[in-house]
Design a protein around this ligand. Structure first.
Ligand code: SAH
Length: 512
């Protein structure tokens, strides 16, 4: 039995989906924040619950080979990143493991494997959206930065290595304007003060930047001074809004936006389609990986000329419009009327005439479309973290599409929904994990589900004697095996390791 306040030596064998290390004492699970997979560490037990305990990493007896010095000096205090203390290859392997484990444990797909894990070449400065809370320090001085782990204490870091370099200049311009004009930061406890947050969106292709300042007021005094300072901070500022948020709430933005400078939207390009983005619309935060994600989704969708496609949870129509270039017709469904307005404008601006958009919830629109006779060949869905729902999933099943491409930012709900679809014959055939959020524990997955139809599926019997395998067998050199293992598992293996495994499985060494 694990005892509170006692020190144990624990091996960290895995990383949980919230980024904490996982180990065990006599088979009892212990979660250890900040531990790396492969660490052997002295851990002080700080809490014991019925099914697991929580420990604090006190010292490393044998550090994991995956450990690395975090690039960001604030990593341990800031709550934004979870995995910076492990090298990037290990992070990718861990995230692929999250997806495969969820599909096995929740979905019941025993042999499920992701056939690709797409990572970034340079996994920094990828975010096109950053939100900086504004508050006061102990001396009453205005500060901005990021929230500390599990708290609303602001750590004054404004150059986040995941965000744009211009962000720190923009946030400093706002705080300078505040102190020069006697404008108080918002106080969460007292629900007093004015400036709550600075929200910055940048379009990586066009370079355009949108700044939204969330305030507990109807306006900001001496706006011209603020605009001047912001434009001095970056020549790329194309749009400035004041967002009115007078509610006692944690939500990032209030419902009213007042444009005080520039254009109402900024524009970006994804997969060759130009998009207008307004302050409230959902837009993927990592544009480099979004293109890879969409390319994978379109590869899985395998759209032919005459195909009809439904894109559920379509946001501003990013996937719908990329799909419309190949399909006969695309229908996008999205709950946010503002996003649908953007989607329609985006279609018109790109001269795309075969895409229609419905502003309604998926659970209302999908059953209505299908009972009205719609029979899409391909359904793409990209729900929020909570996943889809039975009404929507049942409508998809009733539509009997050839293929379902499910994009998910939460492996657990993907696995749950895939299980529901599989009960009606749609099984997951292929999946790719995509690292949209390097250094955090989040992972995006794109999964292809379909029914194997007997008319399109033929069984072939192969007689091994008829095949000349010798040439093919000899092709797998030790170097190729090493490269494969490194790519697939993030492990560097030696020639000796490979030879040992070959011997174990009776494979003739030096030949295959
Ligand atoms: N596919 C888009 C957006 C994905 S995010 C892209 O890649 O950019 C998920 C989207 O689902 C958000 O735009 C959100 O507004 C929308 N959404 C959330 N709940 C919904 C529901 N019940 N019905 C339809 N759309 C919903």
């Amino acid at each position: 039995m694990v005892e509170k306040n006692k020190l144990y030596t624990i091996e960290i064998t895995d990383i949980a989906s919230d980024g904490n290390g996982v180990g065990a004492v006599d088979g009892f699970t212990v979660f250890v924040p900040m531990a790396a997979k492969g660490d052997i560490a002295d851990v002080l037990i700080v809490k014991v619950l019925s099914r697991y305990a929580i420990g604090r990493l006190m010292s490393l007896k044998s550090p994991s080979p995956y450990r690395t010095e975090p690039e960001c000096p604030h990593f341990r205090r800031c709550g934004g990143c979870h995995l910076q203390h492990m090298d990037y290859a290990a992070q990718l392997d861990i995230k692929r493991g999250f997806v495969e484990a969820a599909m096995r444990r929740i979905g019941g797909f025993e042999n499920f494997r992701c056939d690709a894990m797409l990572g970034m070449e340079k996994p920094y400065r990828y975010r096109n959206k950053c939100i900086f809370p504004i508050g006061a320090d102990k001396n009453g001085k205005t500060v901005s930065g990021f929230y500390a782990r599990r708290s609303h204490e602001i750590i004054p870091i404004i150059d986040c290595l995941m965000g744009d370099e211009a962000n720190s200049r923009i946030v400093s311009a706002v705080t300078e304007y505040m102190s020069e004009n006697g404008i108080k930061p918002y106080d969460e406890q007292a629900h007093s003060g004015i400036v709550r947050r600075v929200f910055i969106r940048s379009a990586k292709h066009s370079g355009e930047i949108m700044v939204v300042i969330s305030v507990n007021a109807n306006n900001l005094p001496r706006r011209e001074r603020l605009i001047k300072k912001l434009r001095e901070a970056s020549g790329n500022i194309a749009s400035i809004y004041i967002n009115i948020n007078k509610e006692k709430t944690n939500s990032v933005l209030g419902s009213e936006n007042k444009l005080i400078f520039g254009c109402p939207t900024i524009s970006d390009t994804l997969c060759g389609v130009n998009f207008n983005i307004s302050p409230v619309s959902f837009y993927q935060v990592n544009p480099y990986m979004t293109e890879k994600l969409y390319a994978k989704a379109l590869e899985f969708a395998d759209i032919s000329d005459g195909d009809e496609v439904i894109d559920i949870y379509c946001g501003i129509g990013t996937i719908s419009l990329a799909a419309a270039k190949r399909a006969a017709a695309v229908t996008g469904i999205e709950i946010s009327p503002q996003a649908i307005e953007d989607a329609r404008i985006n279609a018109a601006q790109n001269n795309i005439t075969n895409a229609a958009f419905i502003a309604d919830s998926a659970e209302n629109a999908m059953p209505r479309l299908i009972s009205g006779g719609a029979r899409p060949d391909i359904v793409i869905l990209d729900p929020p973290r909570k996943g889809s729902d039975e009404k929507t999933l049942n409508a998809i099943i009733a539509a009997a599409p050839k293929r379902i491409v499910y994009i998910s930012c939460n492996p657990s709900t993907l696995a749950r929904d895939a299980k529901h679809l599989a009960a009606s014959g749609y099984t997951p055939h292929r999946a790719a994990a995509v690292d949209m959020f390097p250094h955090t524990c989040h992972v995006e997955t794109v999964c292809l589900l379909s029914k194997l139809k007997s008319s399109e599926h033929i069984e072939v019997e192969l007689n091994m004697d008829e095949l000349d395998l010798t040439a093919a067998e000899k092709k797998a050199t030790y170097q190729e095996i090493k490269d494969y293992v490194l790519e697939r598992y993030g492990l560097k293996v030696s020639q000796l390791n490979i030879a040992q495994v070959k011997r174990k499985y009776g494979i003739i060494e030096r030949e295959n």
